[in-house]
Design a protein around this ligand. Structure first.
Ligand code: PLP
Ligand code: TYF
Length: 393
């Protein structure tokens, strides 16, 4: 049976981790996989998470099963974090295995109801979106999103493409900190997409993996909240990998905003069933930690402060690199790096230039020239700027 299998192409982002690790150069620079790093290149455990973990270890007396849907305190805490007070009684939430698991559950929910649904992705988007949609056998479309010249959102093109969407179409949007480009919708543009959803009847699906990494916890949620306050229904996938630093603990939440509380109860029941068939009970550990951090005011304040420090560090790396490039290139063509938000920017280098940066300068970024801003060496930004200009950028 298994000889029928075909060799799988490796995930290009994950393949970079091993390639970087195997590089013996002492001054190599890792701007590959989307993991936050501090000035020493470490990905530390968030202080409040460590404290919650210690308390949890002391207080936990059993490892018996909890609930198929997940930890109720965690789910309502995540709903509040993402949506504030918006539409609370119409939202069904389920704990998931990372943000990826939330995306999978929500698209499986769509497939259960509407196997003919088409899922529209931004061009470009996180490669796992297309992989999951394809695996589920759903049809996909893409909409234009990024202007390669200005490195901003090409909103005219996006709007023109989405004009062709209607009922039965799911429009996948990045809630903030677009991966891989770093270019994001303004609040006014969120309102326009909301108008289109209302007029055309498509279903918005917000992938929200970087809340707190862009303009702040509340500001990053402004678009998704504005949309949720007006549309009858939408899907939201959230992740605790980045903002709680819980990458390997695999914790996230799937949320469905429904027309009525009664429909939300139905969605909740179906997500419970989807959890059961996907993995039965979701893993508790990360959910328990996030639930304590969100419900304990002191822990929450400490988490918010640490997250804000991470965000501000990435912002200062952005302005630092843009300044260094302005000096080195003697013009402002790289200023978009300071305007982008989140962990990534798409530099706009060709695959050959990306390869030269790796081979000649030990600078690692994804082949589409996505840079992880947190990986920038803050004491060597000039060196980096010289390398960028030396390969013809
Ligand atoms: N969505 C986007 C756009 C991402 O970049 C990521 C990656 O971290 C995720 C979702 C989900 O990540 P995880 O499954 O690790 O929570
Ligand atoms: O985009 C990134 O780098 C992160 C991590 O299949 C990641 O989201 C990358 C690829 C993948 C899963 C996670």
């Amino acid at each position: 049976m298994f000889s029928k299998l075909t060799a799988q192409a490796p995930d290009k982002i994950i393949a970079l981790i091993a390639q970087y690790a195997a590089d013996p150069r002492g001054d190599k620079v890792d701007m590959g996989v989307g993991v936050y790093k501090d000035a020493q290149g470490r990905t530390p455990i968030i202080r409040a998470i460590k404290t919650a973990e210690q308390r949890h270890w002391e207080a936990e007396t059993t490892k018996t099963y909890k609930a198929l849907i997940g930890d109720g305190v965690f789910i309502s805490g995540m709903r509040g974090l993402v949506l504030g007070d918006v539409a609370a009684d119409r939202v069904a939430g389920a704990q998931s295995v990372g943000g990826t698991g939330a995306i999978y559950t929500l698209l499986d929910l769509v497939r259960t109801i509407e196997p003919q649904a088409r899922v529209w992705m931004s061009d470009p988007t996180w490669p796992n979106h297309a992989a999951i949609i394809g695996h589920l056998g759903l049809a996909s479309r893409s909409y234009r999103y990024f202007d390669a010249e200005t490195r901003e959102v090409d909103f005219e093109a996006m709007r023109a493409d989405l004009a062709g969407a209607g009922p039965g179409d799911v429009i996948l949007l990045h809630g903030c900190c677009h991966n891989p480009t770093g270019a994001n919708l303004t609040l006014a543009q969120w309102e326009e997409i909301t108008d289109m959803a209302l007029a055309q009847g498509f279903l918005p699906f917000v992938d929200f993996a970087y809340q707190g990494f862009g303009d702040g916890l509340e500001a990053d949620a402004a678009g998704v909240r504005a949309m949720a306050s007006r549309v009858p229904q939408m899907l939201i996938a959230t992740s605790c990998s980045k903002n709680f630093g819980l990458y390997r603990d695999r914790i996230g939440a799937a949320m469905v905003l429904c027309e009525t509380p009664a429909t939300a109860a139905l969605a909740r029941g179906t997500m419970e069933t989807l959890n059961r068939v996907h993995f039965s009970f979701p893993p508790d550990h990360g959910a328990a930690l996030v639930a304590s951090v969100l419900s304990d005011p002191a822990l929450r304040a400490d988490w918010v402060a640490e997250l804000e420090g991470m965000r501000l560090r990435m912002l200062s790396l952005r302005t630092g690199l843009a300044d260094a490039l302005r000096r080195e290139a003697n013009d402002d063509r790289f200023d978009f790096i300071a305007r982008h938000r989140g962990m990534f920017s798409r530099l706009g280098a060709s695959p050959a230039q990306v390869e030269r940066l790796r081979a000649e300068h030990g600078i690692y970024m994804v082949g589409d020239s996505r840079m992880n801003i947190a990986g920038l060496p803050e004491d060597r930004l000039d060196h980096l700027a010289r390398a960028f200009v030396s390969v013809g950028l």
